[in-house]
Design a protein around this ligand. Structure first.
Ligand code: DGY
Length: 328
């Protein structure tokens, strides 16, 4: 321990990653079930050389100031880093690690699970049976939507969007994608690049896979819901604030779209008095896109590897602000 760099880890993480980290650092793990409140986080990180963060921790100028000038590495156990002020980290020469790749297929699996659950009313059916309402086979009851042969629209077509598209091809779906840059044919496969408005008009299922940034905040709001089919299903496994929650409520309540299936919300967790929770045509899970035993192990190990590389002054395997290497 003596002489090892001090690292603060903001939550209990899988043992595989923690043990890897402990081999090269003096590690303190926040023991709480909830994230450390900002004042406690500031106090804990003071004097540390490394911070291992989660999406629930705000890493901003105030936290970097509180940490002190010896802070050399932030390593986040997540692919998304919208909770981190990357510019402030770069300006201080602090590389920020993240965990792309290892959670792609797992997150795509959850998007697919939500899509199927919404289309085939799995949660409705479960509620119906458990509440004692199943009296007979009914030709007109619990009618859902066909997934096979339908059109899927991917808003954002990076690793996870493309992984969802692969699943869609297995279901014989037509796939559209919208993002600023069209992919080369080899990467896009059978998916077609279209403007966002066309995707919203033509898709039966719309799945969101963009990072959250100033351009994508409320990317899906009232004008976008107006373009969607009344039978459309919206799936969000990316970040809650990509969707304007008021506009979403209005669209679901008015039947302007058929259903939404959300793994992420704004705010997070969703408030228990949110009107969204009153709606039958909403399916919701608690930000568990990457939550499998295998994937959380891989994320923790990669977060540890990013941290150890950063502490050693080496280039991280996955750095979210690679421009930092040009400035140090
Ligand atoms: C991520 O990796 O960004 C997820 O949202 C948390 O696993």
């Amino acid at each position: 321990m003596a002489g090892m760099p001090r690292v603060f880890v903001t939550r209990k993480i899988p043992a595989a990653g923690l043990q890897r980290l402990q081999a090269g650092a003096a590690v303190t793990v926040w023991p709480g079930e909830l994230p450390p409140p900002p004042d406690i986080l500031r106090a804990q990180v003071a004097g540390c050389t490394g911070l291992l963060s989660l999406v629930t921790d705000r890493v901003d100028e105030a936290l970097l100031d509180a940490a002190g000038p010896q802070l050399r590495v932030v390593s986040q156990m997540a692919v998304g880093v919208d909770n981190i002020d990357l510019g402030a980290c770069t300006a201080r020469g602090v590389p920020v690690g993240h965990t792309p790749g290892v959670l792609t297929e797992t997150t795509a699996d959850l998007a697919w699970a939500l899509l199927l659950a919404a289309a085939r009313r799995v949660v409705d059916g479960e509620r119906f049976v458990r509440s004692g309402n199943w009296k007979t086979f009914d030709p007109l009851h619990m009618l859902g939507l066909d997934v096979h042969g339908a059109t899927l629209g991917c808003v954002g077509f990076g690793r996870i969007g493309q992984a969802v598209a692969r699943r869609a091809h297995g279901f014989g779906m037509r796939v559209l994608y919208a993002q600023p840059r069209a992919l080369a044919a080899a990467e896009a496969g059978a998916a077609r690049h279209v403007p966002l408005a066309s995707l919203l008009r033509e898709s039966d299922f719309i799945t969101l896979h963009t990072p959250l940034n100033p351009q994508t905040r409320h990317l899906i709001g009232a004008p976008q819901f107006e373009l969607m089919k009344r039978s459309a299903v919206l799936i969000n496994t990316a970040r809650g604030p990509i969707v304007d929650p008021q506009a979403l409520y209005a669209a679901l309540h008015a039947g302007q779209i058929a259903h939404a299936a959300l793994d992420v919300t704004d705010p997070e967790p969703i408030l228990m008095d949110s009107p969204l929770l009153q709606l039958e045509n909403l399916t919701i899970t608690p930000h568990v896109g990457s939550a499998t035993l295998q994937t959380r192990d891989r994320m923790a190990v990669l977060a540890a590897e990013n941290m150890l590389a950063g502490l050693a002054g080496a280039r991280m395997p996955h750095c979210a602000n690679p421009q930092v290497y040009a400035t140090v």
